[in-house]
Write a protein that binds this ligand. Structure first.
Ligand code: CP
Length: 313
């Protein structure tokens, strides 16, 4: 019988897929975090020996791509990197045909970053292998939210009694969307702060337990976790807000950070733009855990890959 280039949609992503935080249950999130705490990138564990992990990236990435690759290799998997640039995507190959092709060459799991929201979900519904969302448009970035939660747990021991504040361009941020879902599911109330162009009123309906303020000083008072977002300068074109106004009203400075709890941590998914969303003094200061987030990306992604391939033990 002739084999289809890509099977018809199954409507159900394969078990082990990680497409977003929105539909995950808190117990699954906590289980993944527990598993990540047991992962040690410096101590090879061949849990995924001979498994093939394909990294399919349609957008630029440094942290997500390198940490998924190192995570896979730390677990003994074979990795294959496919960048849309230089691949047959440039000749017009569709997303589904690309997915089917990678499955045919032997992929056991596909990690995909794509500029369109929903692209990982689409490919997942057409493949019989797990798909991991490494960031889809303005939708979700689930592995980032999980590594951020792991970072919070490592610094704060527990989510109990914590309050988080997210400052910046929430509207365009898949990181913010996944973080809001995750933090509120584990019982951490979140304050969103920014101008209306970045934090529209409707953002408060994203998850229960979200509050909005336009005043960074108010947002910071008493908070335990400050999550800053990159200002995407390209998104400011045509907006009423100007870079100078944003810096004046929202940039994280050492003086502003003093309003947060003394032991508050400063997070940022990266890449950071020094002098824009934060000063170098804050980025490199004692409360910054930005490099810990990057470091924690490897064990967190080891756990995600192990779960995807049924080796979560
Ligand atoms: N945080 C994040 O997604 O970074 P990269 O774009 O470098 O992967």
């Amino acid at each position: 019988m002739m084999q289809r280039l890509h099977p018809q949609a199954t409507n159900k992503p394969a078990r082990g897929s990680l497409l977003g935080i929105e539909h995950m249950e808190a117990k699954d999130i906590l289980g993944l975090l527990k598993l990540a705490r047991r992962m040690n990138p410096l101590k090879s564990r061949p849990l995924l020996r001979n498994k093939r992990v394909v990294l399919l990236f349609y957008e630029a990435s440094t942290r997500t791509r390198s940490s998924f690759e190192l995570a896979a290799k730390s677990l003994g998997a074979i990795t294959c990197l496919v960048l849309s640039s230089g691949s047959s995507v440039e000749k017009g190959e569709s997303l589904l045909d690309t997915g089917g092709t990678l499955r045919a060459v032997g992929a056991d799991v596909i990690v995909i970053r794509h500029p369109s929201a929903g692209a990982p979900h689409l490919i997942a519904r057409h493949l019989d292998i797990p798909v991991i969302n490494a960031g889809d448009g303005m939708h979700e970035h689930p592995s980032q939210a999980l590594l951020d939660a792991l970072t919070i747990l490592k610094h704060k021991k527990s989510f109990k009694g914590l309050h988080a504040t997210i400052v910046g361009d929430v509207y365009h941020s898949r990181v913010a969307r996944s973080a809001c879902h995750l933090l509120t599911k584990v019982g951490v109330p979140v304050t969103l702060c920014g101008p209306p162009e970045f934090v529209p009123e409707v953002a408060s309906t994203l998850a229960p337990g979200l509050r909005i303020t336009r005043h960074v000083e108010e947002a910071l008072r008493g908070t335990d976790v400050v999550l800053l977002l990159r200002v995407q300068k390209e998104r400011l074109a045509g907006q009423k807000i100007r870079v100078q106004d944003y810096v004046a009203r929202y940039q994280m400075t050492a003086a502003r950070l003093k309003l947060a709890r003394r032991d508050a941590i400063v997070m940022h998914p990266g890449p950071i733009i020094r002098g824009l969303e934060l000063t170098s003094e804050v980025a490199d200061g004692p409360q910054s855990v930005i490099m810990d987030e990057v470091r924690n990306g490897v064990p967190m992604r080891m756990a995600i890959l192990a779960r995807a391939l049924g080796k979560a033990r």
